[in-house]
Design a protein around this ligand. Structure first.
Ligand code: GDP
Length: 445
């Protein structure tokens, strides 16, 4: 889902990132765009307003740290504000911290994925936490719904409460709790009836079941593709029934992604789990940081800058730049650069932190520029004599064989490395070498 929002914000913030200094007008332009992007992603107006104000408050007057551009700072602020809006805490999934049998009540509209999610949670609690789980369907209006839960129960090997015709939801809930006590179950999952729309009867029924079963968790199951309606839904359920958390389903779909932001902000209740497909194991723990990363789609630029500052030896870099400028980039220089890259987590690690790079990251790793390969290349150069490093032309077949044996590689590996070196050296000569970082020229190698 979140792609739209991610692309929009990515585009805006990219523009900002390229600027050296950020004026107040820049901040305003950026925030206008952020606002528009969020509204288009179906985030509720109130939530957008609050979000943008939060960013503005943080951004204005912020000290610009050396080696981080103001634009990058704004990216970080928007990211942090997203995390705050989504709920700072990492959810530990469903809370079972109560005297067993712990009741968990599932509420939501029909078709939201309530029954599927109930079975997914049952499976997870059984398999991961070794809990004894009992599921009960309280949907007395749709016999098919009860049967559906029974079928899913067999599928995930979790017991379901036997269906007794004619019983009302509150009675079924009480019977489920009683059966759980007698049968020594740890957890009871109550799948309540859904409706097509929000109505008074549905709310009252859910409230009555809540009073009868005294559940430890009341989870609102909501379709992530619902958009604006999600806000009303969450607000009503929270006011009338009282919810303890939210499960967003169809996060694998292609909606506009605003629901997550809105529901959390409006209810103040945490998003606990994400449904990411129809399969019984398609359930993920919710993590605000990860979701914020996904919404921004651009990784953590500030982390990149910090990491870079730690690992790059400024003096060495200056010396290398000077040599590059003169067209004297030798294998020793290449070794230093490769070493720096591998310390920064390899090419794919670096790429993951750069905006817009997620897509080409796969190609990079296919090109084998990962950490392991970098280390091997460093090892090859380490097996050369200082003279060979300064003058790669010395490397004829017999020397290559010796180096291959010394570094545990094949002569082809050495040829590949030399070719890469030539590519880098040429590229650097072409670009004048000034202020080039460890990535310079690699693309052409
Ligand atoms: P209920 O009426 O709320 O109980 O909804 P159901 O559990 O019957 O789900 C309705 C449909 O949505 C079923 O076809 C499910 O397989 C599907 N579904 C549920 N959760 C997800 C999800 O996270 N992703 C996708 N793609 N489909 C889901």
């Amino acid at each position: 889902m979140f792609e739209n929002l991610s692309e929009r914000l990515g585009g805006i913030l990219d523009k900002l990132t390229r600027r050296g200094a950020l004026t107040e007008a820049d901040v305003d332009t950026a925030l206008r765009e952020v606002r528009r992007a969020l509204l288009e992603a179906d985030v509720a107006l109130d939530v957008v307003r609050e979000f943008v104000e939060g960013v503005r408050k943080e951004a204005v007057g912020v000290a610009v740290i050396k080696s981080v551009t103001p634009g990058q700072l704004v990216v970080k602020i928007v990211h942090d504000q997203l995390v705050r809006t989504l709920g700072q805490e990492e959810s530990g999934g469903v809370d079972l911290n109560a005297v067993p049998p712990v009741a968990i009540m599932m509420v939501g509209l029909q078709g939201s994925g309530k029954t599927t999610t109930t079975a997914k949670i049952a499976k997870r609690l059984t398999e991961r936490l070794k809990k004894r789980v009992l599921m009960a369907s309280l949907d007395v209006r749709r016999p098919a719904a009860m049967e559906q839960l029974a079928v899913l129960g067999r599928d995930v090997e979790v017991d379901t409460l036997p269906i007794v015709a004619g019983q009302q939801p509150v009675q079924i809930a009480k019977r489920a709790m009683e059966a759980a006590r007698l049968g020594n179950y740890d957890v009871v999952l109550l799948d309540t009836a859904g409706r097509i729309t929000l109505d008074e009867e549905l709310m009252q029924e859910a409230a009555d079941v809540r009073s009868a079963a005294n559940p430890h968790e009341v989870l609102l199951v909501a379709d992530a593709l619902t958009g604006q309606d999600a806000v009303n839904l969450a607000r009503s359920f929270n006011e009338r029934v009282g919810i303890t958390g939210i499960v967003l389903t169809r996060v694998d779909g292609d909606g506009r992604g605003g629901a997550a932001l809105s529901m959390r902000a409006v209810t103040g209740k945490p998003i606990k789990l994400l449904g990411v497909g129809e399969r019984m194991d398609a359930l993920e723990d919710f993590s605000p940081g990860r979701l914020a990363d996904r919404i921004l789609g651009m990784g953590d630029i500030v982390a990149l800058v910090e990491k870079a500052a730690q690992t790059i030896d400024a003096e060495k870099a200056a010396r290398a730049a000077e040599k590059m400028r003169k067209g004297q980039f030798d294998l020793q220089d290449m070794r230093d650069q490769l070493d720096q890259m591998s310390r920064m987590g390899g090419m794919s690690g670096l790429m993951g932190m750069l905006p817009g790079m997620a897509k080409i990251k796969n190609q990079i790793s296919q090109a084998n520029l990962d950490e392991k390969v970098l280390k091997r290349q460093v090892a090859i150069i380490d097996s050369m004599t200082p003279k060979e490093r300064r003058n790669p032309d010395l490397l004829k077949a017999s020397r290559k064989r010796r180096i291959a044996a010394g570094s545990g590689s094949k002569p082809e590996d050495i040829n590949r490395l030399l070719k890469m070196h030539r590519g880098m050296a040429d590229m650097m000569k072409m670009m004048g070498g000034a202020k080039r970082g460890p990535l310079a020229g690699l693309a052409s190698a």
